[in-house]
Write a protein that binds this ligand. Structure first.
Ligand SMILES: Nc1ncnc2c1ncn2[C@@H]1O[C@H](COP(=O)(O)OP(=O)(O)OP(=O)(O)O)[C@@H](O)[C@H]1O
Ligand SMILES: [Mg+2]
Length: 432
């Protein structure tokens, strides 16, 4: 593809490496909304800058993981004629090394993952003339400073950062973005992107994205604000999502949040067309009942709960090792450990609720109660939920992240990047 039209902010990014206007800046930071055109333009600007001012030099391209840097940046490089028509590019995937040439000139770009433990020690060994941090807020702080340290001895080196907003206590926001907007000791040029800074997004696409997110994720991913999560985790849950109908048919699943002292919560779900319906629940609070159940007793409850349904799989809290073992020993249900990535899971679950794809039968009193109580922990310095009223909430999330986002019927035969209800491809890749 060729970038035909650039927004004003994208033009600034292209000029950053060259124009005298920016000669006093060591780094550029583009933060803001999703799909606002940050990665694409920075990729082009970074490669052109590196090729113009350096020869036989080394650079780093850092993503959250090597895998995500390869998907978001390296693959993009091969698809952009704005790069391939100027330079010969070759990617040596076993070495995670991109070689870019034009005539006699050649530079190498090494790919690192800011959250990959292996990358931290590897980056210590090289001298870099520039670093491109894609999604810097998802990378480890020590890794980022280590990578920056590798550039200090190189004349003319520059740092290129982009990210979506996170919690306002995040180190990158405090140390870099606030600094860029204040005293600017780090000499960073800061640009804030919104979706209308990406010239290919239509009004309809922006509106669609707008309607998908709510709460803190809307503030961050659409409005581009560094805000803390406050209030209810699922404010989009409303009585419109409660149904009295039970005549839904399809694939049946049970999701479980295990507890002995804390409540044990199980939901029986059916995926019917493009909706997932919680038909009934089992919620056992040992404190209220004044007795605790053993794993075998819970297993017998599970058998009773599933009577009359052919259960495709049972998704269980990944930390409930002994209960998972108990289910496996009986060789009756297929059991799967749940994906427990809390914040991405909450975002996905919120999107599904917002888009009306999840319905709750009116008999499920405990999940309905928890929806009205499950809150963000506002005292926390990072995204965290209060660890209370979270039992049905957790198994709902397990079901969404472990089953729904991969179910072809549910997602209308579209999964991953093409489906608006799902994590984008970049986020999805983090799960593998
Ligand atoms: N000027 C442009 N012309 C054509 N396509 C563009 C342009 N700018 C961005 N795009 C395309 O729009 C899509 C989103 O852009 P990009 O991935 O750069 O956004 P982003 O801000 O990095 O998003 P995220 O925060 O989700 O990572 C990409 O497919 C990209 O190639
Ligand atoms: Mg990006």
């Amino acid at each position: 593809m060729r970038i035909e039209k650039l927004s004003k902010k994208q033009k600034e990014v292209l000029k950053f490496g060259h124009s005298p206007k920016y000669k006093n800046y060591n780094s550029i930071i583009c933060d803001g909304a999703v799909r606002s055109g940050k990665t694409a333009i920075m990729t082009i600007a970074f490669i052109h800058w590196a090729m113009r001012y350096f020869q036989n030099a080394s650079f780093a391209v850092c993503g959250k993981t090597i895998n995500s840097a390869e998907r978001n940046v390296i693959e993009k490089i091969f698809s952009l004629s704005d790069i391939t028509s100027y330079f010969d590019v070759e990617y040596l995937s076993s070495k995670h090394k991109l070689v870019v040439k034009r005539g006699e000139n050649k530079n190498c770009f090494y790919v690192f993952g800011g959250k990959d433990k292996s990358s931290y020690s590897l980056i210590q060994g090289i001298t870099l003339s520039g670093v491109f941090f894609d999604e810097v807020a998802l990378q480890n702080e020590n890794f980022v400073y280590q990578a920056i340290a590798r550039t200090l001895s190189q004349k003319g080196s520059k740092l290129w950062f982009n990210c979506n907003p996170e919690h306002p206590e995040h180190w990158f926001y405090k140390d870099w973005i606030l600094d860029a907007n204040g005293e600017n000791k780090r000499r960073s040029f800061h640009l804030h992107f919104l979706m209308n800074d990406n010239p290919i997004l239509s009004k309809e696409e922006i509106e669609k994205a707008n309607s998908l997110y709510s709460g803190v994720f809307k503030q961050r991913y659409i409005l581009g604000k560094w805000v803390a999560a406050q209030g209810l985790v699922y404010p989009m849950f409303s009585k419109d999502l409660i149904t009295n109908k039970t005549n839904y048919f399809g694939d049946y699943y049970i999701s479980i949040d295990y507890g002995t002292i804390n409540p044990f919560s199980a939901g029986l779900w059916v995926i019917s067309g493009q909706k997932a319906i919680r038909l009934k629940e089992f919620y056992f609070d040992s404190k209220k009942q004044n007795r605790q159940l053993t794993d075998e007793e819970y297993y017998n409850e599970l058998l009773r709960f599933s009577e009359g349904y052919s259960i495709k799989s049972v998704i269980v809290d990944p930390s409930a090792a002994s209960f998972i073992q108990t289910i496996r020993r009986h060789k009756f249900f297929t059991v799967r450990k749940a994906n427990n990535d809390v914040i991405n899971g909450i975002r996905l679950t919120g999107n599904l609720l917002k888009s009306g794809k999840i319905l709750i039968n009116e008999s499920c009193k405990d999940i309905i109660r928890e929806f009205s109580l499950y809150c963000w922990d506002e005292e926390s310095k990072q995204d965290a939920v209060k660890k209370e009223y979270d039992h049905a909430m957790d198994e709902l999330r397990y079901f969404c992240t472990t089953v729904l986002q991969f179910d072809k019927e549910f997602s209308g035969k579209i999964t991953g990047k093409n489906s608006n209800y799902f994590l984008n491809e970049k986020e999805l890749n983090e799960y593998y």
